[in-house]
Design a protein. Sequence first.
Length: 153
Amino acid sequence: MTLQRSLGHISHDNSSNRRTDYLYRISLKGLIKNSAGEVLVVKEAGRDWWDLPGGGMDHGEDIKLALAREMKEEVNMEGNFTYQIIAVDEPMYLEKHDFWQLRLIFEIIPENMIFSAGDDSDEISFMKSELLGSSERETERRVRRYDLASQNK
């Protein structure tokens, strides 16, 4: 990892032998599939590309609580669900926000399949991931890779 200016960069005094510490924002994304094998995707508020629903984990949250909150905010998911991690992206520096992010992708199986656009989204849809696999946008192409990862678990 290269040293970059970032909100998550912690330097120690010169008398210490400790290495520089880096903090990461943890982003949790949920892959939800319907009975036709289509993936639930969202256009978050103000964005024009598709991605899996999800977002940043807040301090003090456990994984299930963070997933439940993010799914409620973006796709109005309610009720119980099971989840399993299926992919971890390489950490990336988000220059626009000036922090490093680690993205964890979970397959989510909700107890009900009732969804609508939530407070943090403009549009949601179930799509065949193959349609996103050839997109010009890396974020959309990732949806296809996550879907394939869920099939190979």
